[in-house]
Design a protein around this ligand. Structure first.
Ligand code: SAH
Ligand code: SF4
Length: 359
């Protein structure tokens, strides 16, 4: 059985007869969020039968939803082979100008998606790393996160969403499927999510950053830097041994960036580890000449983690140091903190509950 969300429109045109039916099918899947081929009444009976026989839109299922006080929603997915992964819908207020220049308040949606079940990178602060690596998600398993979240939240097909590949897994370690997912998501006859609205967050696989840059897809890049010296960074992200800070910065310098955009540098702030002024100073130097924006993230403690959440005063001082010297810098609180904090934690909670049930 093939996952229908694994295919670009061109691929479906080659697979289905007559080819124009592929466009209709895309409309059902991505504009109507329909999952039953039988209900796609403008397709011929033969085609509906063929689709039902060879393809499925329900190989992946949503098995749980949690709502946070701040309005973000976390969803747990289950694959056909019984694995779980998660996606989060973040809702943010947005001020826009209408045609007459009046300020109107709207809502902006961002979907945080997973790219793998588990992760090979093994960061010492990250919950996903604890369970090791299980497998890559297919393009369809990535794409379905967006389809399901839009459907479950009754978001109209034309309602814009931003995608951040910041859930479980290292997206650049699942390169081919990631690229296929980006292409499917940006398909004009489908969800039509511009590549400009898709941000790939990576722990810094330098050669893959170069490879992604060479494709010139127009996607946004976020680098999980977290430390400014190699010794500490290797302690936090063991892969830094293979691709050190200098090699990542080099790759970023060569990455094609839209003239109105910036590369985002994620800096996870950990109490007493990387929250000092000296680090801020080195960070400023490191990013010299790169059109960048720094995002300071509060470390989110989880069971068994050796690190602590930083003081707010330290966060603010770190941010001020950078802003005073002309660098764009925001502070991010992990959204959805009251439901299950950083990436990987909802899945962990469920696995635990299941284990309890088995005993
Ligand atoms: N593997 C990619 C994308 C997924 S991780 C990457 O590392 O960039 C997404 C983000 O979650 C990263 O920026 C990571 O720093 C953050 N994160 C992981 N564990 C965290 C924790 N305990 N508290 C806060 N953020 C965390
Ligand atoms: Fe993997 Fe990212 Fe977690 Fe590191 S922070 S273990 S790269 S998911």
């Amino acid at each position: 059985m093939l996952n229908i969300y694994d295919f670009t429109l061109e691929e479906l045109k080659r697979r289905l007869h007559p080819p124009f039916r592929a466009k209709q099918l895309y409309h059902w899947l991505y504009h109507r969020y329909e999952e039953e081929f039988e209900k796609m009444h403008n397709l011929s009976k033969e085609l509906r039968q063929k689709l039902t026989q060879d393809y499925s839109a329900t190989l992946t299922k949503v098995i749980r939803e949690e709502v946070s006080e701040d309005g973000s929603r976390k969803y747990l997915f289950q694959t056909h082979d019984g694995l779980t992964y998660e996606a989060v819908l973040l809702k943010m207020k947005e001020k826009k100008e209408d045609e007459e220049g009046r300020i109107i308040e709207g809502e902006k949606y961002t979907i945080c998606v997973s790219s793998q079940v588990g992760c090979k990178v093994g960061c010492s602060f990250c919950f996903t790393a604890k369970g090791g690596f299980v497998r890559n998600l297919s393009a369809g398993e990535i794409v379905y996160q967006i389809v399901a979240l839009k459907r479950l939240n009754a978001l109209a097909p034309e309602k814009r969403v931003n995608i951040v590949y910041m859930g479980m897994g290292e997206p650049l370690d699942n390169f081919e499927n990631l690229i296929q997912a980006i292409r499917i998501l940006s398909e004009l006859d489908g969800l039509s999510i511009s590549t400009k609205r898709q941000t790939i967050s990576t722990s810094g696989i330098a050669p893959k950053i170069e490879k992604l840059g060479a494709l010139d897809l127009g996607v946004q890049l976020a680098i999980s830097l977290h430390a400014v010296d190699d010794e500490l960074r290797t302690r936090l992200i063991p892969m830094n041994k293979a691709y050190n800070i200098a090699s990542i910065i080099e790759a970023v310098r060569r990455f094609p960036i839209d003239s109105r955009k910036r590369v985002m540098f994620e800096y996870l702030v950990i109490k007493g580890v990387n929250d000092d002024e000296k680090s801020a100073k080195t960070l400023l130097k490191l990013l010299n000449g790169i059109k960048s924006k720094v995002n300071l993230i509060y470390f989110n403690p989880h069971e068994g983690s050796e690190f602590e959440r930083p003081l707010e005063s330290k966060m603010v001082a770190f941010q001020k140091y950078l802003i005073d010297r002309g660098l764009l810098c925001t502070i991010r609180e992990s959204k959805g903190i009251d439901i299950s904090a950083a990436c990987g934690q909802l899945r962990e909670k469920i696995i635990k509950e299941e284990n309890c049930g088995n005993r």
